[in-house]
Design a protein around this ligand. Structure first.
Ligand code: ZN
Ligand code: ZN
Length: 474
């Protein structure tokens, strides 16, 4: 048991497929709260539960093997398609845990099967059956769906004949045995028709989700647990949990909060994103940028990720702008809890350009005066990927200056910053009447042999103004 005043922070996921960015919210937000409490001198316990008893309800794209025959069975009874874990559920729980670790999040991870096997739910199951009319009433009111008087699905038994959990229906309880018939059709699975019984002590059952949640909060002593906003709508499972705590357990529910969805290019993320979506993203975005993305807007709002090359570069630049000078208090905290590496000494885009121009990481590092390799894998991933926006594909091809380019070069001392040198070009354009776009495209042509490119000031900073002047006049 936890001592009074000590927070027990919980979170959980159904490990039904590959980890995606939406999953990250489930462990990242509670970890930020945990860290905040630690900063305030508290010593919270942070528990993360893997709901691997839940039914396997769809086969995510990219997962190998034929898993269709296992639809409707508990995730813990579905074989690991990769052969490295005891089950499908355990494999993807570990997949999520490995992403947690990459993001510096280290909760106490508990597969829910451990809680079942240890008998933690047993007395609650008995109590729910004993108080069936009250349970039925709470569920009907809080889920906005009237349950029939015959309803007694406090638990979902695992069918002894076919192994399904999604399709069984409870028909009786005698104090020790739960009687069921396996006859439901849930779309992705159909019951085999078998009737049978399972004992409470066999743990061949799981509690119905809306009862499971408050039950484990009660026996784990959870004081704080958030959830996605879908659980927090009217008729959502939080309303049920709250009522169960108050009316059946006679205790206060934990504190709660809710978060918005992560959208990918405007659409809600789901496991249908398939294998590799998050690990792919993490090739291009250092962990702190990903964390900043989740924290930079209000937690209750949806967060939309534009995962085009341009969109991701914009995100990195926004992170860097706020790292240098936070736009407001929210951004300052977002940066603080994204825990940035001290290696962000030069602009990421400048580093990309330097790599493009020098052709190697060592060259880029030397040019930018960096002394560590923290950003190397990200820069290399960008340079090698077709995600890199065309404007960042540059090769230094100096050409002898003439016309407006020569006028510009002659106006410079070589000591100007990239921004100052760009401003000089604008000034010359307005005094000579040469249109601004012509002036800029002429300069780009003289430097990189194309009519456009990355921001001129960055390009000048990376190349060095002195070198440009020498090469264009030499
Ligand atoms: Zn595995
Ligand atoms: Zn069956």
């Amino acid at each position: 048991m936890s001592r009074p005043g000590k927070h027990v922070i919980a979170s959980a996921i159904t490990t039904s497929g590959p980890t995606h960015l939406g999953t990250v919210e489930e462990f990242f937000f509670p970890s930020v709260i945990t860290n905040r409490l630690r900063e305030m001198g508290d010593d919270p316990d942070f528990i993360f539960i893997g709901d691997i008893m839940d039914a396997f309800d769809s086969v995510p794209s990219g997962v190998p093997g034929d898993l269709k025959p296992y639809l409707g069975k508990p995730l813990v009874d579905v074989p690991d398609p990769y052969g490295c874990h005891s089950s499908y559920g355990q494999h993807f729980l570990d997949d999520t845990v490995s992403f947690m670790h990459k993001l510096g999040v280290f909760p106490r991870v508990i597969p829910v099967t451990e809680l079942y096997q240890a008998g933690r739910y047993d007395s609650y199951v008995k109590m729910f059956f004993e108080r069936l009319p009250a349970v039925r009433e709470i569920l009907s009111v809080t889920s906005l769906k009237q349950l029939p008087d015959s309803w007694m699905d406090v638990v979902m038994p695992v069918c002894e004949k076919c192994g399904n959990i999604a399709t069984t229906r409870v028909t009786g309880f005698d104090g020790e045995y739960i009687y069921y018939v396996d006859d439901k059709d849930v779309g992705y699975a159909k019951g085999c028709g078998h009737s049978g019984k399972v004992s409470i002590s066999s743990h061949k059952w799981k509690m119905a989700w809306r009862l499971d949640w408050p039950t484990r909060q009660a026996f784990l002593g959870v004081t704080l647990e958030g959830a996605g906003k879908d659980h927090h709508t009217r008729g959502g499972s939080w309303d049920t949990a709250e009522a169960i705590h108050k009316q059946l357990f006679g205790r206060e529910p934990p504190l709660t909060y809710r978060w918005g969805f992560v959208l990918l290019n405007g659409r809600k993320m789901s496991k249908s994103q398939g294998v590799g979506s998050l690990s792919e993203l993490m090739k291009y975005l250092p962990p702190e940028v990903l964390k900043y993305f989740l924290l930079r807007v209000d937690i209750e709002k949806d967060k939309n990720l534009d995962d085009s090359g341009e969109g991701l570069i914009r995100l990195i630049e926004d992170f860097e702008d706020n790292l240098k000078k936070p736009r407001d208090e929210k951004k300052r905290l977002a940066i603080h809890f994204s825990n940035p590496s001290p290696s962000w000494k030069v602009r990421f885009v400048s580093l990309l350009l330097a790599y493009e121009i020098e052709g190697t990481w060592e060259g880029a590092k030397r040019r930018m005066g960096l002394d560590d390799d923290y950003l190397k894998p990200y820069v290399e991933a960008w340079v090698k990927s077709d995600k890199l926006p065309e404007e960042y594909r540059v090769v230094y091809r100096p050409k002898k200056a003439e016309g407006i380019v020569l006028q510009w070069i002659n106006s410079l001392t070589g000591k100007e910053s990239g921004a100052e040198a760009s401003q000089k070009l604008r000034d010359i354009s307005s005094t000579t009447g040469v249109p601004i776009d012509v002036a800029f495209s002429s300069v780009y042509e003289s430097i990189i042999g194309r009519k456009s490119g990355p921001r001129l000031s960055s390009l000048i900073d990376v190349l060095g103004l002195k070198r440009i002047i020498d090469d264009l006049t030499g």
